[in-house]
Design a protein around this ligand. Structure first.
Ligand SMILES: NC(=O)c1ccc[n+]([C@@H]2O[C@H](COP(=O)([O-])OP(=O)(O)OC[C@H]3O[C@@H](n4cnc5c(N)ncnc54)[C@H](O)[C@@H]3O)[C@@H](O)[C@H]2O)c1
Length: 259
């Protein structure tokens, strides 16, 4: 408890799934949290749930489109007006765009990069000037195991997620002398609506679900709360020398060559 006491955090895509779990865990650890989310209704509902669960919770939902730098900048300004300077940014908002490379449309390519890579950069560039000035800050980018492994048919999502790791490493190095840490988390399969949507898009959703549960050596997939625990750690003062790194949360799946 109180591992993030006194800190102000902004979490993108926090209306549901991994982002919502991170927002909740941050509040539980004493942070004031802005849920910066495209779908304001879900963000408000999540903020209300969190406020009901934690006495004195400081939580605010702000409509934000991470693809638009002005929108992210405005969410950061609102966070600062309401709670004070942003100490922690979690770039979590992301979408799946899975296509065949040669039949994919230009629009698919652009919307994947707009959310999954530009969105992360837009977040970083909105908070970095303040963090650099204060010589303190932690940025956590939610990448994916697609950032270093490829599943056929999932193009161009892994290309954007590889970029998230590159961005994390580059900014981590640029701003290390200013005491700003930039790290990534690479989740494997985590049970969220995104994963359910993918199962439901398969010819046999139940078979797809069962096959997914067989993939990790632990024979289960992850929970959003398990990603949130690592986000708390990276955001906290318990990780002062962890920078430009990526922590994988996949129950060991990417270490497995084959069964
Ligand atoms: N679920 C998984 O198995 C898994 C695995 C690896 C990585 N990830 C990554 O974790 C992150 C969260 O995934 P999730 O499973 O919780 O997804 P989700 O779809 O459940 O939640 C994503 C949230 O982001 C919001 N969002 C989408 N576009 C946005 C935009 N332009 N601006 C602001 N918000 C926007 C959505 O409204 C939604 O609330 C993503 O970056 C995803 O790529 C997920």
């Amino acid at each position: 408890m109180n591992r993030l006491a006194g800190k102000v955090a902004l979490v993108t895509g926090a209306g549901r799934g991994i982002g919502a779990a991170i927002a909740r865990a941050f509040v539980a650890e004493g942070a004031a949290v802005v849920l910066a989310e495209l779908d304001l209704d879900t963000a408000q509902a999540t903020a209300k749930d969190i406020a009901a669960a934690y006495a004195n919770a400081r939580v605010l939902a702000v409509k934000t489109d991470v693809t638009q730098s002005a929108s992210v900048q405005s969410a950061v300004s609102e966070a600062e007006r309401t709670f004070g300077p942003v100490d922690v940014l979690v770039n979590n908002a992301g979408i799946n765009v899975f296509a065949d490379p040669l039949t994919m449309t230009d629009d698919d390519w652009r919307r994947c990069f707009a959310v999954d890579l530009d969105g992360v950069w837009n977040g970083c560039r909105a908070v970095l000037p303040g963090m650099v000035e204060r010589r303190a800050g932690s940025i956590v980018n939610i990448a994916s195991t697609h950032a270093f492994q490829i599943i056929p048919g999932c193009f161009p999502y892994p290309v954007a997620k590889h970029g998230v790791i590159g961005l994390t490493r580059a900014l981590g190095i640029e701003y290390a002398p200013k005491n700003v840490r930039v790290n990534a988390i690479a989740p494997g399969y985590i049970e969220t609506q995104l994963t359910h949507d993918w199962w439901n898009a398969q010819p046999d959703p139940d078979a797809a679900r069962r096959a997914t549960l067989e993939l990790p050596p632990m024979k289960r997939i992850g929970k959003p709360e398990e990603v949130a625990m690592t986000a708390v750690f990276l955001a906290s003062d318990e990780a002062p020398f962890i920078n430009a790194s990526c922590i994988t949360i996949d129950g060991g799946r990417t270490a497995l060559h084959h069964e």
